[in-house]
Ligand binder design. Structure first.
Ligand SMILES: Cc1cc2nc3c(=O)[nH]c(=O)nc-3n(C[C@H](O)[C@H](O)[C@H](O)COP(=O)(O)O)c2cc1C
Length: 309
């Protein structure tokens, strides 16, 4: 039996497969289909201090090899999360990573502080990379702003602090290094790529927000490239995501340097994709002669190779 557990940045996961934020809600629908305890962890939909209404419709559109979304971080807010969603998730033996979003620095910090000390919260993921709201990329376009936000969040919590990287920047490594300086324990990558679809009949953008975030298999090569660079050059553990649909995709990310992976858009086609990918990854590792994900990571990760030489 392949050893599935992974441990990094103060997080201990029974296996390296999580759900990606925003594609799993807070777990209720998935829990009707399978035991959430089969997953290494769940990264929940972004939580903001106050309820956040989200964008005008249409909010999703087709794209070749994936989809565009402009949900706009709709969520019922921190109080609702703490009183309703977190108690529900606590019933399952899986790590809960709370994705945090805010309109400004204080908005982020208040949510980070609000979830700190709450039973059942395994880590915080700062979403500084949402392309679908007016101020969503505020903290990822400028490494100095990112560093300041991460440092403020660091002061507010002793939970493992993960920062979600944007692919919509020229130099993701510079952003990752700034987050490390600010006190991040790990990075997650990638968020969606800014894109657009046009409705020829209406002669206008399809999405109510005009632009949206591209996700799904189309973005996998971009995700792999960014995870590879972050893992090799920043020196923090990375949770890899972007277009993962199979165990083989997951292993590609691990070999690119990811310590764990998250499954997002795949669930819209196959709601059972996360537990399926847990199983497929076990087979995939065995086929490639590895006893564990950690061993595959060490065999292929440039950072690990460098440390060993
Ligand atoms: C409908 C939808 C909603 C999303 N909402 C969030 C969110 O609230 N916070 C966040 O950090 N990322 C959000 N994302 C981005 C995903 O977590 C993930 O980073 C991205 O989609 C790439 O992975 P994938 O190709 O497997 O979907 C969302 C993605 C989709 C498709």
């Amino acid at each position: 039996m392949t050893g599935q557990a992974v441990s990094f940045a103060g997080l201990s996961l029974k296996n390296p497969v999580l759900t990606a934020s925003g594609t799993f809600g807070y777990g209720r629908e998935a829990a009707e289909l399978y035991d959430l305890g089969l997953l290494g962890g769940v990264m929940v939909k972004g939580v903001s201090r106050e309820p956040w209404p989200g964008n005008a419709p249409l909010r999703v559109a087709r794209a070749p090899g994936g989809m565009l979304n402009a949900i706009g971080l709709q969520n019922p807010g921190l109080e609702h999360f703490l009183s309703t969603d977190l108690p529900f998730l606590r019933r399952y033996d899986t790590a809960v990573v709370v994705n945090v979003v805010g309109h400004d620095l204080q908005g982020f910090v208040d949510v980070v502080r609000g979830v700190t000390g709450q039973a059942g919260v395994g880590a915080v993921e700062l979403n500084i990379s949402c392309p679908n709201v007016a101020d969503g990329l505020l903290f990822s376009q400028d490494p100095a702003s990112a560093r300041k936000l991460v440092a403020a969040a660091r002061q507010a919590t002793d939970l493992p602090l993960v920062v979600k990287m944007s692919p919509n920047v020229t130099d993701p490594v510079a952003l990752g290094l700034a987050c490390k300086e600010g006190g991040a324990d790990a990075l997650s990558a990638i968020n969606t790529l800014l894109g657009m679809a046009i409705d020829l009949r209406r002669r206008a953008p399809v999405l109510g927000n005009r632009t949206g975030g591209l996700s799904g298999p189309a973005v996998k090569p971009v995700g792999l490239r960014i995870v590879f660079d972050l893992a090799a050059q920043v020196g923090l553990p990375v949770i890899g995501m972007g277009g993962i649909e199979t165990g083989s995709d997951a292993l590609e990310y691990i070999m690119a340097g990811a310590s764990a992976v998250a499954v997002g858009t795949a669930v819209f086609r196959d709601p059972l994709a996360p537990p399926r990918i847990v199983r497929e990854l076990v087979d995939e590792l065995e086929q490639h002669g590895f006893e564990s994900a950690a061993q595959a990571w060490a065999a292929a990760n440039p950072a690990a190779k460098e440390a060993a030489s």
